[in-house]
Ligand binder design. Structure first.
Ligand SMILES: Nc1ncnc2c1ncn2[C@@H]1O[C@H](COP(=O)(O)OP(=O)(O)OP(=O)(O)O)[C@@H](O)[C@H]1O
Ligand SMILES: [Mg+2]
Length: 414
């Protein structure tokens, strides 16, 4: 075949490949699905020993290994790259690939640990995933499966594919952010409306209830018949029960003003644990701290935050009732807002309890939703309200049978 024809074919092929790649990527809204898809597409286009994708976690600002596990990839799960990493810096500034065998100057720029990783994992090529001025991640490719070296043409082609990939990943992040915002709005609205309804209803119920109580009490006074007396007593008990529920409703609905002061979250967590000391020892819960934030001070209402921690830790302990291993891990990390001006604390409370079924996960913030015999189902909605009033966020993720993690994001002024 004449050379010009061969080139034309290659061009057509790459054009079809690119547009097909583009089409399929832009349709996927789920990030894990996208990563899976990219990996398998790249494998079709360029069979390589390994494809490792690191993506930016915008909450912690770290680049984390993402995707399916395979032989030899577990070691990478323990590695994360920060914004200060030399590799991240190089990719971010140069906005191009790093071809390991031909670019020894870059290799010597890397830190010792990064160099060691590139060598031991047999990485041949690293592509940035950059959109506008943000490095969203990078892709590491191993050697070609047929042991040939990559041609520059192939590298350019891969470069184009990863350029598109970066946009597709950015899209999934935006989509996720938007759905989370809508979910939160819906949740806050629902809680606010329920709060108002609760307050209104409680108020309306309280007066007639007082009247009923005193009338029943009055009727019982002259009563001699023991059967009827018993009925009166039962009535009184029921009235008292309604009263208790009304009290619960009122305490949920009222949102006391925040009394702000400087609060050290680490100390507050320790303090909350001390309050629960007996329960924790009795239930043989093993507590561990995972503190990576240098400064854990925020401006907040200490007593309300303590109530939040109490609710969540109690939930965790209760969820581990039937677990063989009872681990409670409390973590505090620092994150930076996208504007780079402000910071926040990420407080995570992780248990190894029975977890929450996916179908129940939206219900847990609904007032009075409980799966416990003597629960009120107000612990989480009250906590959610308190965190909201602090300008923070609260999210729960759970693996049924494995455990639950509650993450609280609190703004931290510096
Ligand atoms: N860490 C957890 N693990 C498993 N399920 C949980 C966890 N935290 C909350 N839940 C589920 O969410 C429900 C609601 O929790 P919430 O704290 O609002 O109320 P509760 O614990 O049932 O009652 P109360 O807080 O009044 O004791 C719980 O009944 C439970 O099913
Ligand atoms: Mg609770």
């Amino acid at each position: 075949m004449p050379l010009y024809r061969k080139h034309k074919l290659a061009r057509e092929l790459s054009h079809t490949l690119l547009s097909e790649f583009h089409r399929s990527l832009m349709l996927i809204a789920d990030r894990d699905m996208l990563v899976y898809n990219i990996t398998s597409k790249i494998r079709q286009i360029a069979p390589v020993d390994r494809i490792e994708i690191f993506l930016l976690n915008t909450e912690t600002e770290k680049y984390i290994h993402t995707g399916k596990h395979h032989d030899g990839s577990e070691a990478l799960d323990r590695i994360h790259f920060t914004q200060h990493s030399k590799l991240v810096n190089w990719l971010s500034v140069n906005e191009t690939y790093f071809y390991v065998p031909r670019m020894s100057n870059v290799m010597s720029y890397l830190s010792d640990a990064e160099r060691e990783l590139v060598r031991s994992a047999n990485i041949e090529l690293i592509f940035p995933l950059k959109v506008i001025n943000r490095l969203n991640g990078f892709v590491m490719l191993g050697k070609r499966s047929d042991r040939k070296i990559f041609s520059w043409q192939e590298i350019d082609m891969l470069g184009l594919l990863f350029y598109q990939t970066a946009f597709a990943i950015e899209n999934t992040a935006l989509y996720e952010e938007q759905s989370a915002r809508i979910r939160k709005m819906y949740r806050s609205d629902r809680l606010a409306i329920l709060g108002q309804l609760a307050a209104g209803a409680a108020h309306e119920i309280r007066n007639p209830l007082t009247a009923i109580r005193s009338t029943v009490q009055y009727l019982g006074k002259g009563m001699k018949n023991p059967d009827k007396l018993e009925m009166i007593e039962e009535l009184m008990e029921e009235v008292d029960r309604i009263n208790k529920i009304v009290q619960g409703l009122l305490s949920f609905a009222k949102s006391p003003e925040l009394e702000m002061s400087k609060v050290n979250i680490e100390q507050l967590l320790q303090h909350t644990l001390a309050l629960l000391g007996n329960t924790i020892t009795e239930k043989q819960v093993e507590v561990a701290f995972d503190l990576s934030a240098a400064n854990t001070v925020v401006t907040a209402d200490a007593s309300q935050l303590k109530q939040v921690f109490l609710n969540i830790i109690l939930n965790a302990v209760e969820a581990m009732e039937n677990s063989a291993e009872r681990h409670l891990t409390l973590g505090v990390e620092t994150g930076r807002m996208l504007d780079y001006q402000s910071r926040y604390l990420l407080i995570s409370i992780r248990d190894s309890g029975n977890g929450i079924e996916p179908d129940d996960s939206e219900n847990i913030f609904t007032p009075f939703y409980t799966t416990k015999k003597d629960g009120t189902g107000l612990g989480l909605p009250i906590s959610y309200g308190i965190i909201n009033r602090h300008g923070g966020e609260m999210e729960i993720s759970s693996l049924p049978g494995k455990g639950t993690t509650v993450v609280i994001k609190l703004p931290q002024t510096i």
